[in-house]
Design a protein around this ligand. Structure first.
Ligand SMILES: NC(=O)c1ccc[n+]([C@@H]2O[C@H](COP(=O)([O-])OP(=O)(O)OC[C@H]3O[C@@H](n4cnc5c(N)ncnc54)[C@H](O)[C@@H]3O)[C@@H](O)[C@H]2O)c1
Length: 246
């Protein structure tokens, strides 16, 4: 019960890595808000773990504010925030990505971190404690071609993590990032462009441990970084990548 008594928000918690993090947090004693654009899936995952579902668009200031009101009225504060919701454009030459695709990636992957910080920092600062985890990617450390604007959004997230860590450390708030390698989630097909055995083999050949990452891998790493066991750990961008970035 490493997260007993903690109140945690996991954005994008209805699917993939987010759902893995929700399940691990709940198993370790946390009360979890499954915060997702997909209300039906969020309700399912929340019901499974005895948590709370919240429909939110993390790229919308009004929607994030509404979530903060729900958190204040139901919990009176929050201990852990996982900024996990993320999207990509399909793999293609960087100059062919449209305005709409670029804006969607930037707003969901980057602007959301700003909106969550400006909305929830005051609650954690008032409490004098908190942990934030940003789900970035190996894409921000060792980028592959044809995913430039997605890769850059994750590099942005890693820099934001480090600045948030130094700025919020004196206020008792730790901020870290996770850098997953390609994982078995619904998003994987979008990174590969096409989900074929050949494309899977190509991706797997770059992961020394020889398998894709899983939602359970992310749940385990997230649990450590957001628990009090990691009390001296802040500002890291931890690869959970089977050796991909070596
Ligand atoms: N799967 C991978 O290979 C991989 C690798 C590295 C990093 N990541 C990152 O991990 C995170 C989770 O990805 P995943 O693979 O689990 O994806 P996923 O598509 O399975 O889940 C993403 C969830 O986010 C939700 N979401 C999307 N836009 C949202 C918005 N505007 N507001 C609220 N919720 C929104 C979706 O409804 C979905 O439930 C993302 O940030 C992704 O960039 C994924």
């Amino acid at each position: 019960m490493r997260l007993e008594g903690k109140r945690a928000i996991v954005t994008g918690g209805a699917s993939g890595f987010g759902a893995g993090i929700v399940r691990k947090f709940a198993a370790e004693g946390a009360t979890v808000m499954v915060a997702d654009l997909n209300g039906d899936l969020a309700a399912q995952v929340a019901a499974e773990v005895g948590g709370v579902a919240q429909v939110v668009d993390v790229s919308s200031a009004a929607s994030v504010t509404a979530m903060a009101e729900a958190v204040s009225s139901q919990w009176g504060g929050v201990d852990i925030i996982v900024n996990n919701a993320g999207v990509t454009h399909l793999p293609k030459p960087m100059e062919t990505v449209t305005d709409e695709e670029f804006d969607r990636v930037f707003n969901v992957n980057c602007k959301s971190v700003y909106l969550m910080a400006r909305t929830f920092n005051p609650m954690m600062i008032a409490a004098g404690k908190g942990a934030v985890l940003n789900v970035a990617s190996t894409a921000g450390l060792s980028p592959r071609p044809n995913l430039n604007w997605y890769n850059a959004s994750k590099g942005w997230m890693i820099t934001a993590t480090k600045t948030m860590a130094v700025e919020l450390a004196p206020k008792g708030i730790r901020v870290n990032a996770l850098c997953p390698v390609a994982g078995e989630t619904p998003l994987l097909a979008s990174f590969m462009g096409e989900d074929t055995p050949e494309m899977r083999a190509k991706f797997l050949s770059t992961i020394p441990i020889g398998r894709f990452s899983t939602p359970e891998d992310m749940g385990n790493a997230a649990c450590f970084l957001c628990s009090d066991e990691a009390g001296m750990v802040t500002g890291v961008a931890m690869e959970v990548d089977g050796g991909r970035c070596i």
